[in-house]
Structures are given as C-alpha cells and as structure tokens.
Design a protein around this ligand. Structure first.
Ligand code: ADP
Ligand code: MG
Length: 231
C-alpha cells in the first residue's frame, strides 16, 4: 500500500479505520465503566482495589479512543475562513491553567495575517496537541517559556505558526518517528497526538516541521496555505 497510496491518502485511510474502530469501542466501553462504578460500593477492600485498577485502565482506553475519534470527522470537511490569531488565543486560553500549574509563561508574537480557510475544530486540535506537548516537555521549575508566533511566510500565499518550547528536546534519531501512530515516550502518553496533527495539517494542504536540540528545546513549525486548493 505504501507504493500505491500517497502519504496523505494513507493517513486518511488509516484515520478512517482508526475512527471506525474507536466508534465501535465507545459504547461497550461506556457500559463497562458504568457497571464498574455500580459494583464498587458493594465490594471488599481487596476487590475494590481491583475495580480501581479496572477503572484506571478503562479511563486509559477511553483516552485513546477519544483521540482516535477526532480523526473520524474529516469525511465532510467544511472549510471556513478563520482568524488564526483568534483560534490560537482560544487554544492558549484552553491550556492556560496547565501552563500556570507548571509556572510556564506563554509568549505570543502575532503579526497580522489574512483569514485562513480551514476546518476550525480540527485546526484547534492541531494546536492543542502541539501546545500540550510543549507544556509536557517543560521541567516546570518556573523558568520556562513557550513562544507561539504567527506570521505570513515571506511574500508567499501561506502563513507560518511556530510553537517553541524550552523543554527536554528530542534526540535527532527520534525526530522521524514523532508522527508514527502510538510512538510515545510518556508513561501516560497515547502516541496519537502528532499523528493526528500531521494528518490534519496535511489535509489542509500545509506542512509540519520539527526542529529540536536536546536540553535546549523544540520548535514545531506549521505552514498553512491561505487559500484552499481542491484537496
Ligand atoms: P504523546 O504526547 O501522547 O506521547 P504525541 O504524538 O503527541 O504523543 O508525541 C509523541 C512523542 O513525541 C512524545 O511522547 C515525545 O517523546 C515526543 N515529543 C512531542 N513533542 C515534543 C516536545 N515539544 N518536546 C519533546 N518531545 C516531544
Ligand atoms: Mg501529545
């Protein structure tokens, strides 16, 4: 299939498959969680511990399923013109408390750019994922800063958004693996965030690039075309 399908088609097929599976898992999962909750009060200490573990594991499945479900929307993509600085402000505010809890300052460097034809919800998801990763990569000792910049890319017909952190960085040999499904180095990670992110950016006709230095930080650069072609 790698030869017959381009990368974006492959991502979209994978995405639809993942979303279909996730959708099927959702209902039985909800009833499992419900019954675990109902059982809990009637159990002995030891059994309660087992239910506790079950609930934690069910939560983990739910987290993965929810991330996979975001992929299910693109069948009918509705592109609308959006103000990118508004969209970024929304996401920054959404993750603001997580940043504050780690004493991270989020610095905005926005230049005026034209409206962007995009699917609002999906593009928000892109920057939620990137900002979340940036926050998670930072040590949280109160000296960290994340920079989010927005500008028109030269005289071109695209815009550029950068998310830079001062986190642990990524080793060069790992950079290529970031968007692989289930690639994670976190104990509670799903490894689906960047796969989804790359796939959404690609569906918008944009590009994503990772630059990183161990112990210094990581910069993710997303470019998006101002006008949507026929994608
Ligand atoms: P998850 O966050 O669930 O682990 P992602 O797909 O979002 O999954 O990221 C995959 C992996 O890429 C992470 O586990 C981490 O190792 C690495 N990574 C992503 N963003 C950053 C970043 N800003 N700094 C350091 N490592 C990162
Ligand atoms: Mg992530």
């Amino acid at each position: 299939t790698r030869d017959m399908l381009g990368r974006s088609e492959m991502l979209s097929v994978l995405g639809q498959l993942a979303a279909g599976v996730a959708h099927e898992i959702k209902n039985p999962l909800t009833s499992l969680k419900g019954f675990a909750r109902l059982l809990e009060p009637s159990l002995q200490n030891k059994e309660q511990r087992f239910i506790g573990i079950m609930k934690e594991e069910l939560d983990r499945i739910e987290l993965i399923v929810n991330e996979m479900l975001v992929l299910s929307k693109p069948q009918v993509i509705m592109f609308e013109e959006r103000d990118m600085s508004e969209l970024l402000n929304y996401v920054i505010e959404l993750l603001g408390t997580q940043a504050i809890m780690k004493s991270i300052e989020i610095k905005k460097e926005f230049e005026p750019v034209p409206l962007i034809a995009c699917e609002d919800r999906q593009l928000k998801q892109v920057f939620v994922n990137l900002l979340k990763n940036a926050i998670e990569a930072m040590p949280g000792d109160g000296h960290g800063q994340i920079r989010v910049s927005l500008q028109q890319a030269g005289h071109s017909d695209s815009i550029r958004i950068e998310v830079s952190d001062q986190g642990q960085g990524i080793a060069p040999d790992r950079l290529a693996r970031l968007t692989e499904p289930f690639y994670t180095t976190k104990e509670k990670g799903t490894g689906l965030g960047l796969m989804m992110t790359a796939s959404i950016v690609e569906r918008h006709g944009g590009t994503i690039h990772f630059a990183s230095e161990l112990g210094v930080g990581t910069t993710v650069t997303v470019t998006l075309p101002i006008q949507q072609g026929t994608k």
